[in-house]
Design a protein around this ligand. Sequence first.
Ligand code: NAI
Length: 282
Amino acid sequence: MSTLLATPVTVIGLGAMGRGIARAFAGHGARVTVVDADPEATRDGHRQTLDEAAGDGEPVELTAAPDLATAVAGAALVIEAVVEDMAAKKDLLATVSGAAPAEAVVATNTSSLSIGEMARALEAPHRFVGMHFFNPPTRMRLVELVRGAHTDDRTVALAGEWVRAVGKTPVVCGDSPNFVVNRICRPLYYEAQLLVTQGVEPATVDAVARCALGHRMGPLQLLDFTGLHTHLASSETALREFGEPRYRPVPLTRRLVRSGLTGRAAGRGFYDYTAEKPRAAF
Ligand code: NAI
């Protein structure tokens, strides 16, 4: 067991990703503290994380902190997994920077935003790195380590050690919008969404992708699982950065997000999960 796992880890944001990341660390024996936007969200997220772990037969121990400053006070590694919004992340990181130990490594699980820009919210931008886990973090092996303009070698090396300590495989990549995996997959997601707007059943699109491409989940199932709000935010980052029409969000997806139909966690997205067996919502 890596000695790093004896040092405290804090996970901020207890949505799907934060809960899974907390479990991935705690499941390998790390001392994990979790915190969300407010005490109630922290309490709910903490309980949900423990329930999910127990449901998978992997009971873990996690400490819930009363507030952000307390959560990061003794941390050696802080991972933020809050909403995909630059302003929200920068606000949060400014508080983390003032409250965490000076030598702590601070990481973000952003799936699309600039690591170099986010780092500017911190007093020590060289200790900031992208640590991009995939969903579900308890099962997916790959982690993209994103080196921003300020990230130093020691931080990348330490982040890599942590990732390996929890049984994952790090790959170091540059600070380009959407990084590597989501850039490669984006054309598939885009065409899948477009096909639905052209009248093809989501279940048909997904079945074809599973059978012909050997994917475990079809692209629309995966987008519902990711959360359409998160996918939309990533598309908007790519469009803003590259300005090319192929990065334009599909209007249907924008409408779904505006209507609160953001996918599986919301009960409905491309599929309706309120039915006994998920069925296409279109
Ligand atoms: P989510 O929407 O499920 O959860 C976001 C969480 O952040 C919520 O629990 C919310 O209460 C909390 N939050 C919002 N503002 C906060 C604040 N100021 N302080 C503390 N907590 C705050 O989002 P999800 O899917 O867990 O994504 C989180 C991050 O992980 C995003 O940056 C996203 O891009 C990234 N990501 C998401 C993946 C996915 O498949 N959903 C995959 C890889 C990365």
